[in-house]
Structures are given as C-alpha cells and as structure tokens.
Design a protein around this ligand. Structure first.
Ligand code: AMP
Ligand code: MG
Length: 331
C-alpha cells in the first residue's frame, strides 16, 4: 500500500520496521526496500521479495558517521569521505568491527547487524542518506536499515513509489511516497577496506571528486563477471525487457529513442511521439541521471521492439549513466 510520506505515515512505517516488516523508502538515489538490519528474519524477507541471491550483501543506512562507527572500523579515508559526501550518495565498504567490540555484542546477537545483510563478509557497506524522509524513518525506527533498491533483482531501479509498487506489489508492507528521486542513480560504492580506495560501482558521487577529497588515486574495479565483488558488477543488471542499442546515430524500424541533447534523428511520419524520451535537451548530466530509469521504463512499456540510446559523455556522473546503460544493453 502506497502512503504519502508525512509524520503519521513515517511513524507507522517505523512500527512496521520494528515488527520485522518491509517498507519502500524514498532516498535521494533510488527507492530502497528497507528492513531492520539487526533482525535476520526481516533481512531474509528482503532477499525473498527481490529474488536477490543471498551472496549479494546489502547497504546499511544509518543517521551519521557516529552510528556507522558502532558497526565498522572508521579509518582516515572514511572520515575524510564522510566529511565531504555524507549525507549523500556515497556507500563505503569498511571492515566490520569484531563482535566483541560491538556495544551490543555484534554478529547475530541483539543490536548487531545480521550476518545475512553482509552475506557473511568481513566488510560492511554503510551509507548516510540525505533524503529527509529516509532520515526521519531511520530515526523513528531507531535501528540501522538494510536497504537495496526496491525492485525485483536485475531489473531497472525504481525512482518513484509507483515503480516500487509495479515491481514488488504486496511483497512490501508499506511504500512511503515522496515524489521522484533527485539523483535517480544508485550510490557510488567505494571500498575503503583494502590497501587503496577502490570504486566498485560508479554512482552519484564521481571518482574525480573522491580522488580530490582523499588526495590519493582511486581505482575502479569493474568486476570479474565470474566472481563479482558487488552484484552491481553483474554484467546484466538494471535491465529493461526490450533490447537496448547504445551510441545510436539513427532510429531503426520498430525502435523507440532515448535521446540526449538537441540533435534530431529522421523518423517516419507514423512514428509515435511517446516513443521518444530525452534524458536532457540541455545536455545536463545530472538531469539525465535523474531521468534515466524512469525513461527507460516508460519506453520499455511503449510497444516498441527495441530502444536506441544516443551517446552520453563519459565524464562525472556520465560514467555512472554509461555503466547502467552498458548493463541494460547486455544480452
Ligand atoms: P543495491 O542495494 O541494490 O544498490 O546494491 C548494493 C551494492 O553494494 C551492491 O553492488 C553490493 O554488492 C554492494 N555491497 C554491499 N556490501 C558490500 C560489501 N561488503 N562488499 C562489497 N560490495 C558490497
Ligand atoms: Mg539494486
């Protein structure tokens, strides 16, 4: 059931979370499927609802760096990155604190993060969202929230409450609606648990900006398709149903068009107007990111037989857009 986010519905959603239920939660990146990260059964419901393989760990959403520090080792890089990018679209992978040092005992004991949430890894992915509804919900629930994107695994991420409902239906106990997501792409996943910082998934914060703040070169691990460190590295991911053709310089018979900029392609007189969407006429990459999933989704349901996508510049958040497009185009 979809409810407009307000003081009352947020309190109701927080009660559902404390009872081990699932809530569709708006964030600045995409809508998340939230559960109490300290409750193993609730976390298991996330995997079941999404059809997500249980080896794929979840991102834990907390209020601030201090709360993250209850569960992970906060190193110098993490402090610097948090100072510049939190709250916001950056996820940090950090070493888990050993259970004995956790105030509540850690591991699968009360108050600790469920082992299932981190898929049994020695590291944990943590993020502090900036969206005011997400923040109010974490605060009201009083527990860290595990939340992957609120869609069936492998499909396009949801950027509106209606998308969440279309994808998951009644598998989610309540969906909090707060309009479209401002960024529209998932967070950047930055691994700070090793010898050098490594981007595991490009996203809302660009690698250039991270390099500048950390003062070191940040690597990019596109992932070994056979053994990805992150499910976002699975080759086919974020995929619409229709075939996607990248770097298009024309529109072919039966294809819809996802455009970028003001260039116009020749189309026949019968070409339906609803078969064209423009990521950004002014070539604004942030606008394009915010539009990406919703436009792919609407073209996917337009009745066309394929989607031609014009080239998007590979700089800044354009790197994350192209990463998602490449995976969407994978057969
Ligand atoms: P999603 O929640 O669907 O946005 O996906 C979360 C992303 O964070 C996935 O690509 C995960 O694999 C990645 N992730 C979560 N925890 C870890 C971890 N401990 N190590 C590496 N990647 C992680
Ligand atoms: Mg996802």
């Amino acid at each position: 059931m979809i409810k407009t986010a307000n003081f009352e519905s947020i309190a109701e959603a927080a009660a559902i979370l404390r009872d081990g239920g699932l809530v569709g939660m708006p964030t600045e990146t995409v809508y998340g499927l939230a559960a109490d990260a300290t409750n193993g059964e609730a976390v298991a419901k996330i995997f079941a609802a999404k059809g997500r393989p249980s080896f794929n760990p979840l991102i834990i959403h907390v209020m601030n760096l201090a709360q993250a520090g209850e569960f992970v080792e906060v190193n110098e890089w993490a402090r610097a990155a948090a100072g510049s990018f939190w709250p916001g679209p950056l996820t940090m992978v950090l070493p888990k604190l050993p259970p004995s040092t956790h105030p509540a005992g850690g591991g699968d004991v009360k108050g600790g993060i469920s082992e299932l949430a981190s898929a049994g890894l020695e590291t944990l992915a943590v993020r502090v969202p900036s969206h005011k509804v997400a923040r109010a919900l974490i605060e009201a629930a009083g527990v860290p929230l595990a939340a992957p994107s609120a869609n069936v695994s492998g499909t396009l991420s949801p950027t509106s409450a209606a998308h969440v409902h279309d994808s998951l239906g009644d598998k989610v106990d309540m969906i909090l609606a707060a309009g479209a997501c401002e960024i529209g792409l998932e967070s950047t996943v930055l691994d700070l648990s090793g010898e050098a910082p490594l981007v595991l998934r490009p996203g809302g914060v660009s690698a250039e900006d991270i390099c500048e703040v950390l003062g070191v070169v940040v690597g990019y691990d596109a992932g070994d398709p056979e053994a990805p460190k992150s499910p976002g590295q699975l080759l086919k991911h974020y995929a619409p149903n229709l075939p996607v053709r990248l770097n298009a310089i024309d529109v072919r018979e039966g294809e819809a068009l996802l455009a970028f900029g003001r260039t116009k392609f020749m189309v026949g007189p019968d070409f339906p107007a609803e078969w064209v969407r423009n990521l950004s006429e002014t070539q604004d990459l942030h606008e394009a990111a915010a539009n990406l999933f919703a436009m792919l989704k609407s073209l996917d349901g337009s009745g066309a037989q394929g989607i031609a996508v014009m080239a998007v510049p590979d700089v800044g958040i354009g790197v994350a857009i192209n990463d998602r497009l490449k995976r969407a185009a994978q057969k």
